[in-house]
Design a protein around this ligand. Structure first.
Ligand code: ADP
Ligand code: ZN
Ligand code: ZN
Length: 752
């Protein structure tokens, strides 16, 4: 297939050594068999021992004197070893998303050096259940909250040991409390040397539910497909509380029975204690977790456990997809609409598509199960096309009724003289709930003290001189850039027109917190945003404080709307629902709908009915209307019509060619040239947009611009990408491309 003369081959497949390649000549006889990712047999070292390697790059340029370059002996047999699969997957990602092979390999290979083993501590009950129960009520009486939580958790499953870190972390109990409980003979703390297991313990199976008919139907249908050798992609559309997680657990059970392993992807932010515990309670020591708070040693051990068969199930965010199981049988992606499933660095892969590809590569094939209350337009569209198999879960099993959603028109509030950030209806409901001792969540799509600062007289907006984004006002009178950290003092006079009507435009989390304290001085308020969750453990601490009813109001950004169950929350206020509609990309409405639906879903999870107040300047917008009715299908119909009209994904495909340069003119000229190259090879139906400055036109003094291409045929976009990569590579080889970098993003999800 290739006309190239030389291949750069990698021999030692480990993350650290990927950069170390060796060049070989490709003999004529093998030229049509060698492509990137191909396994080859090569003579290596002084003794020319035969080794297996993989082709990472192809080139016509020899790195040394040509007659000193050895020849590839043969193409190695095609196998399905974990290594072969990783390389094939990397090669697919390189081609499908645009990247170097090395960057793709670094993505799929677990990144950790070998580590030494460590000790793990566990907590269990030392006394009999009856005595412990008495202790528990004693703590309740004495209001010893921390002890109450420890005992409560242990009594739930008296024979279980719970990892020490879970209790100090997620349950927010101090080591001193545990120590004294241990000294008093209430609990036992023991230590074990083992693989580092972030949240593992041996357990009895417990709390298994008899599946509802709807749930059982999904499991039966899946199992029947599976046993007939059919591997497919399934989408489970079901509101929160409709029993998706229980279905995942049942599916995994079936897969494990068949000697296979399971990968479960959950957005990092939704990897909560409650979710993890459900898997641990069911699968005990056979499950583990991967997330960013694990140490390198812990990460390494989880990969080893997967490789050696010590576990069957891994739960983690996007990167857990690359867990080296010998025999993956199912890949589950929960909350599949989440934008965090798309990588923001090269290769800019989407976990959903990559999972489907991985499912094709593994031995015997794996099926993919997607789940969401608000499926991505992509997945629902594919399901309607018949490419994915659609399952619906319509009933909510948690009991609890859907909350009543009201829309508050902020324009009307202003006309009626209400200048506060709370509509009158929201104030009324807040009063009511706080009086009753119930909890409320206030959600805003923003962080910091304020949104942007502007002059009401001339409209001047204060922006970062390096990044071209608006500055935000922070406490202490500083204006701060959220990208590069640039600061300048807040001024009272407009630098442009000299007026003194300079104000912050919209409320941020901190300002809301202050306002809540002003309106309801006795309310206990918690705030959760990027600022208050910077340190390790702070996120869990805020959530557990709120869950333990040690606060009445939780104010926060999107972080608070993800997957938490707070049965006493009976009011959710969405303070500026349309803020995400101002984002400058084609997914703004979809993101708004998802956020609003999820936020609304936070109210009325327990037996008490809930209220939701959606405050907005655009009450008639379909995202807001359909979200307030929790009507996914109506939203989908409106949105897909818009995508269809403008040929946006998922109806068509879009590639963004992202150019970055310190020299704005040079960057623009280069972007124009790239567009011209593609246009000279115009494909039917291709639409070119730009070049134009990116939504964030400059970061750290580097200018950013993009050219967009829309085309129904994804492969057509791939061949445009190949064309540009080749051109760029040639310029680089000639030393002619300086100070410019180019990246590709297919069907972009995150703004640029
Ligand atoms: P989702 O993942 O869709 O939010 P879950 O699987 O978490 O839904 O289920 C919601 C709640 O209903 C959980 O508390 C779960 O324990 C319970 N549940 C799920 N399936 C059943 C069932 N078949 N019988 C009884 N309770 C169930
Ligand atoms: Zn002004
Ligand atoms: Zn900046």
């Amino acid at each position: 297939m290739t006309a190239f003369e030389y291949a750069n081959v990698i021999i030692d497949i480990s993350h650290e050594k990927v950069d170390r390649t060796f060049q070989y000549r490709i003999p004529e006889s093998l030229r049509d068999k060698i492509e990137i990712g191909a396994p080859v047999v090569i003579p290596f070292g002084r003794g020319n021992t035969r080794r297996k390697g993989y082709v990472l790059e192809l080139t016509d340029e020899p790195d040394w004197e040509p007659d000193k370059i050895k020849e590839i002996e043969d193409v190695a047999a095609d196998t399905v070893s974990a290594e072969d699969i990783s390389i094939k997957l990397a090669a697919w990602m390189k081609r499908h998303y645009g990247s170097t092979m090395i960057a793709a390999l670094k993505t799929v290979l677990p990144a950790a050096k070998k580590q030494t083993r460590q000790v793990h501590k566990y907590v269990s009950l030392r006394m009999a259940v009856r005595e412990a129960t008495e202790q528990y009520y004693e703590c309740v009486r004495k209001k010893q909250k921390a002890r109450e939580r420890v005992l409560g958790e242990l009594l739930l499953n008296p024979d279980e040991r719970i990892p020490y870190e879970l209790i100090t972390g997620k349950l927010n109990v101090s080591p001193a409390t545990l120590k004294s409980m241990s000294e008093q003979g209430i609990i036992k703390i023991d230590a074990e040397e083992y693989f580092r297991k972030p949240v593992a313990f041996t357990s009895q199976r417990y709390g298994d539910k008899t599946l509802s008919d709807e749930q059982q139907g999904i499991v039966d249908s899946f199992v029947s497909d599976y046993d007939h050798g059919k591997r497919d992609t399934y989408l489970i559309h079901g509101i929160t509380g409709s029993g998706k997680t229980e279905v995942y657990i049942a599916l995994i059970d079936e897969i494990i029975k068949r000697g296979k392993q399971a990968i479960v992807l959950i957005p990092e932010i939704a990897l909560t204690y409650q979710t993890l515990m459900r898997f641990y309670r069911h699968f005990g020591d056979r499950v583990s977790v991967m997330n960013s708070s694990l140490s390198p040693g812990e990460k390494f051990d989880q990969m080893e456990r997967a490789r050696t068969g010590d576990i069957d199930i891994i739960i983690g965010p996007r990167s857990a997809l690359f867990t080296p199981f010998p025999n993956t049988g199912i890949i589950i992606i929960d909350e599949e609409h989440e934008s965090s499933y798309k990588s923001e660095t090269m290769p800019k892969y989407h976990a959903r598509e990559t999972a489907i590809e991985l499912g094709k590569l593994v031995k015997d094939g794996a099926s993919v199960v997607l789940g969401s209350a608000t499926p991505s337009l992509e997945s629902y569209y594919r399901a309607k096309e018949g490419k994915y198999h659609l399952f619906e879960l319509k009933k909510r099993l948690t009991g609890g009724t859907l909350p009543e959603v009201e829309i508050a028109d902020l324009r009307q509030e202003l006309r009626n003289g209400n200048r506060s950030i709370f509509s009158r209806r929201l104030q009324e409901l807040m009063n009511d709930r706080l009086n009753k001792g119930e909890q409320a969540m206030l959600f805003i799509n923003r962080r910091g003290l304020a949104g942007f600062i502007s002059c009401r007289s001339c409209g001047h907006v204060f922006k970062c001189p390096h990044c071209d984004v608006s500055l935000s006002e922070h406490r202490g009178g500083m204006l701060v850039c959220h990208y590069c950290g640039y600061q300048q003092p807040m001024t009272k006079i407009c630098p442009k027109c000299g007026s003194k009507y300079v104000t912050s435009f919209r409320a941020g989390t901190q300002q809301i917190e202050d306002e809540v304290k002003k309106y309801w001085p006795t309310a206990r308020v918690l705030r959760m945003d990027a600022d208050t969750t910077r340190t390790k453990g702070s996120y869990d601490k805020i959530l557990s404080t709120f869950a333990n009813k040690e606060a009445d109001v939780l104010v926060g950004t999107q972080m608070i709307v993800k997957g938490h169950d707070f049965p006493d929350v009976t009011l959710v206020g969405i303070l500026a629902a349309d803020m995400s509609l101002y984002a400058s990309d084609y997914r703004a409405s979809e993101r708004t709908f998802q956020l609003l639906t999820q936020a609304a879903g936070r109210a009325g999870r327990g037996d008490k009915p809930g209220n939701v107040v959606v405050q907005t300047y655009q009450p008639e917008h379909y995202s807001i209307q359909t979200a307030s009715r929790q009507d996914y299908d109506a939203f989908y119909e409106e949105e897909i019509a818009y995508r269809d009209l403008l040929r946006y994904p998922p109806v068509s495909h879009m590639m963004s060619v992202q150019i970055q340069s310190r020299d704005e003119d040079m960057g623009m000229a280069f972007a124009t040239r790239l567009r011209a190259i593609m246009e000279q090879n115009k494909k039917d139906g291709a639409v070119f947009i730009g070049p134009a400055a990116a939504a964030i036109g400059k970061i750290n003094d580097v200018y950013r611009m993009a050219v967009y291409v829309k085309l129904d045929d994804y492969e057509g976009l791939v061949s445009y990408k190949d064309m540009l990569e080749k051109y760029i590579r040639r310029l680089e080889d000639m030393g002619k491309l300086k100070n410019i970098t180019v990246q590709f993003d297919f069907d972009p999800v995150n703004g640029y």
